[in-house]
Design a protein around this ligand. Structure first.
Ligand code: HGY
Ligand code: MN
Ligand code: MN
Length: 433
């Protein structure tokens, strides 16, 4: 048993091999019958629940109280010394850390997992050393963070933040027409009880999520720890182009209403607009495009595609989405095709509290970790939690900036460095009045 006198030694207990074992254990929970390799563990599937069970069993094994809420988020709690004082039970607001356990199709081993593993490592150290902490410390595995299945991202954290209701869950569908509510019920969750599990802001002091950067800044700067000051928003559109399907041989060019030609011009318009200096900083991507009927000898009569607009500037993000819709309509008019759209998700960018950015920076500096303040290009659960309480993020490097692909990689040593900074930041926050 390590004494807790040498408090500064506590962070040195972060164990690289243990971290690696947790990473490998989660990576093994993947669909095997999908194209491509990498990890596939989609929102509200049995595999995601198995990952939550792995997290839950580890935390329960450390003696922590663990609970899974109606949305499928799993939370473990280590009582602080304030939980029971000489004058009966006086509880102070809790500190929290965690991230998500679902993945995109054929994704990586670290997106979301890094933050959950960091929380497991910290819980292990707290439990085995008897590290005294005044506030309750809560370790959270969020459900359904990726928007890859239902279009909307950060569903479990949106539900505890009161941003997605039970009714909303019945109106979000995956590509095969299954509603989020039905998917939740199919894995034993209770969407009808989402409202009862909302987090009360007064119960919380601060929350810090550790996550892989999913970009190249830390690697380029050769810095191991990132402190996030702003998180990009995301406006996601489902676009449908209707033309007229007909014979590829019998239909002369001047009589065609080719939905794929229109969609192709729309895709190029997305790239052109995002590269326009007036939209500098905006990122626009068409990630999914489906051609109907998809036959070699039939002119496409319909095309469905998705547009993902990302920005840390809220106004520019929305203006870009509006400008794209106007461009699509003009392209369709010229080609005598029709275009319609549906809003799949719309999350505002958030600026994280400067005092918390500073605290995390001091924690890194305390440990001699080089760190860099930077914005996040990706969306995160912290973005939703930031609607409720003071929220911060710690980044660890992504090799070649790659993410959402099997090549996604962060070394266990880099993850250990971020975990040490996270532990020190929690201890500093624990001591704040
Ligand atoms: O899509 C995102 O930005 C995050 O990885 N869910
Ligand atoms: Mn993520
Ligand atoms: Mn992701």
């Amino acid at each position: 048993m390590t004494t807790t006198e040498g408090l500064d030694e506590i962070e040195s207990l972060v164990d690289v091999e243990r971290i690696q074992r947790h990473i490998d254990a989660f990576a093994a929970l993947t669909e095997t019958d999908v194209e491509g390799d990498g990890v596939t563990r989609l929102a509200y599937t049995p595999l995601e629940r198995r990952a939550h069970a792995l997290f839950r069993d580890h935390m329960a094994g450390l003696g922590l109280q663990v609970r899974t809420d109606a949305a499928g988020n799993t939370m473990a709690e280590s009582d602080g010394t304030s939980a029971a004082s000489a004058h009966g039970t006086t509880s102070v607001a809790a500190l929290g850390t965690g991230s998500h356990l679902d993945s995109v199709p054929s994704g990586g081993r670290f997106d979301g997992i890094a933050g959950v593993v960091a929380s497991m490592e910290i819980a292990e150290i707290v439990s085995t050393t008897g590290l005294r902490h005044r506030r309750p410390w809560r370790f959270v595995a969020f459900a359904a963070e990726e928007g890859a299945r239902f279009g909307q991202a950060c569903n479990g954290s949106r539900m505890v933040a009161g941003l997605t209701s039970a009714i909303d869950a019945e109106q979000l569908f995956d590509a095969s027409g299954i509603s989020m509510g039905d998917a939740m019920r199919s894995v034993g969750l209770h969407p009808e009880r989402i409202g009862a599990d909302r987090w009360a802001p007064e119960d919380w002091s601060a929350f810090i999520e550790l996550h892989i950067e999913q970009g190249v800044v830390l690697e380029d700067r050769q810095v191991n720890v990132g402190v996030v000051d702003a998180i990009s928003g995301s406006t996601r559109l489902a676009i449908r182009v209707d033309g007229r399907a007909s014979h590829t041989g019998g239909t002369p060019m001047h009589l065609r209403r080719d939905a794929l030609v229109t969609a192709s011009r729309c895709v190029l318009a997305c790239d052109e607009l995002a590269r326009d200096p007036a939209h500098h900083g905006t990122r626009v991507t068409v990630g999914r495009l489906t051609v109907h009927p998809g036959s070699i000898t039939t002119i496409p009569g319909r095309v469905d595609f998705t547009v993902d607009v990302r920005d840390i500037d809220s106004d520019r993000q929305r203006r870009t989405a509006e400008a794209l819709i106007a461009r699509f309509r003009s392209i369709a008019d010229t080609a005598r095709t029709e275009v319609s759209f549906e809003l799949m998700g719309d999350t505002s960018p958030v600026v994280l509290p400067h005092w918390l950015v500073a605290e995390i920076g001091v924690a890194a500096a305390d440990l001699g970790e080089m760190h860099q303040v930077l914005p996040s290009g990706a969306s995160h659960d912290s973005q939703q939690i930031a609607h409720l309480l003071a929220t911060g993020m710690i980044f660890v490097p992504s090799r070649d900036g790659l993410s959402h692909v099997p090549e996604e990689h962060t070394t266990a040593e880099q993850l250990a460095g971020g975990t040490r900074t996270l532990l020190r930041a929690l201890r500093r926050l624990d001591g704040r009045p």
